[in-house]
Design a protein around this ligand. Structure first.
Ligand SMILES: NC(=O)c1ccc[n+]([C@@H]2O[C@H](COP(=O)([O-])OP(=O)(O)OC[C@H]3O[C@@H](n4cnc5c(N)ncnc54)[C@H](O)[C@@H]3O)[C@@H](O)[C@H]2O)c1
Length: 330
């Protein structure tokens, strides 16, 4: 059994805590949140102990791994402390908002050869894994274009936006990682963004809509489309195009039933509402993979440097949007 503590019991922390509590090869020993009621509720729901502070968890001999699901601006400090305490770490995205700090922190901890995984859950989605496998198997020949559509059903609370690091570092970061997963490293970034959905997001200094173009080192092109609002649910689609054809991964629905009548044909259930519903199997697979890595001492499929590279792309996109220039990365 890999013994876990979860730090941060908000939207995603509670879900991870529940998944860990039910995992056959994991034991959820502790939960902690700076808001004691959030931790207490999660402790009640999972049977874990509620820690009084982070130090109690880091000092605990019966904790092998720490899952960091607290607010973004706390991740890196907790990650470094957990690694220094000898724990394996699964850290939610992004690892931090400051690339220089990400690099100096790595210099500080790398001698420990830590097991650190970043929560880019979409790499564990069966459809996106199949896209990658089939690209690599040569089914569409030379890969030329990737089109990623990623739209949330609605914006998060303003308090979340204010500490999120902005749309590119908070939301597009998943798509930057997916672009790297499918295409490898990038050569150039061009981005535009706007405040089209919610004026209060603009007043907080952020954007809520974006289009990003990437050129991969291979020469292939990628287009990412983001919105913080989508009337028909959580829009998560990827299309990959090559010399021999195209592969598409579409949205998912609760059932496959369709209605045909006088007013509409092919009417189907709405697409699954948001990340917890859409990526349920991926979150389970992510934990499975991390538990494997801790048990076997193997490197995670998505590690610290992947978190760093996605942040580098997010920073380049912000730079491009502000300057109107294409940002070259090499
Ligand atoms: N991989 C994904 O699909 C995914 C989805 C949603 C959120 N996230 C990431 O997870 C993180 C949390 O997001 P959320 O939506 O759950 O936010 P949230 O605001 O609902 O929850 C964050 C929780 O962290 C707690 N917290 C803040 N500082 C803390 C600290 N120092 N120690 C312990 N707890 C602390 C807060 O009290 C809150 O309960 C964010 O970094 C976000 O980017 C990832």
């Amino acid at each position: 059994m890999v013994r876990f503590a979860v730090l941060g019991c908000g939207r995603i922390g509670r879900m991870h805590a529940r998944n860990l509590a039910r995992h056959p090869r994991a034991e959820l020993a502790y939960v902690y949140d700076i808001v004691a009621e959030a931790a207490a509720e999660t402790a009640d729901a999972t049977g874990a102990r509620q820690a009084g502070d982070v130090d109690e968890i880091l000092a605990a001999g019966d904790v092998d791994a720490v899952l960091i699901a607290s607010s973004t601006d706390t991740h890196l400090d907790l990650l470094v402390r957990a690694v220094d305490a000898g724990k394996a770490v699964l850290c939610e995205k992004p690892i931090d908002l400051d690339l220089a700090k990400v690099d100096t922190s790595w210099q500080r901890i790398k001698h420990r050869k830590p097991t650190v995984m970043v929560g880019f859950n979409r790499r564990f989605d069966a459809s996106f894994q199949a896209l990658r496998d089939r690209i690599h198997a040569g089914e569409i020949g030379k890969l030329e274009q990737v089109v990623i559509t990623s739209r949330d059903p609605g914006p998060p609370p303003l308090a979340y936006i204010e500490v999120s690091g902005g749309l590119f570092r908070d939301m597009t970061i998943h798509d930057f990682d997916m672009a790297r997963y499918l295409l490898g490293d990038m050569h150039a970034v061009n981005a535009v963004g706007g405040n089209l959905v919610d004026p209060t997001i603009g007043q907080a200094g952020d954007i809520d809509s974006a289009m990003v173009s990437l050129i991969a080192k291979s020469g292939a092109l990628c287009q990412i489309s983001n919105s913080r609002r989508c009337a028909y649910g959580y829009d998560q689609r990827i299309e990959v195009f090559g010399e021999k054809g195209m592969l598409q991964a579409g949205n998912q629905r609760l059932t496959t039933v369709s209605f045909w009548g006088a007013a509409a044909t092919e009417a189907r259930d709405p697409v699954l509402n948001f990340f917890i519903e859409r990526y349920t199997p991926a979150y389970h697979a992510e934990i499975d993979h991390f538990v494997d890595c801790v048990e076997k001492g193997t490197a995670p499929l998505v590690g610290y440097q992947d978190g760093r590279e996605a942040l580098r792309l997010a920073d380049a996109a912000l730079d491009s949007m502000r300057t109107g220039q294409t940002i070259r990365l090499d």
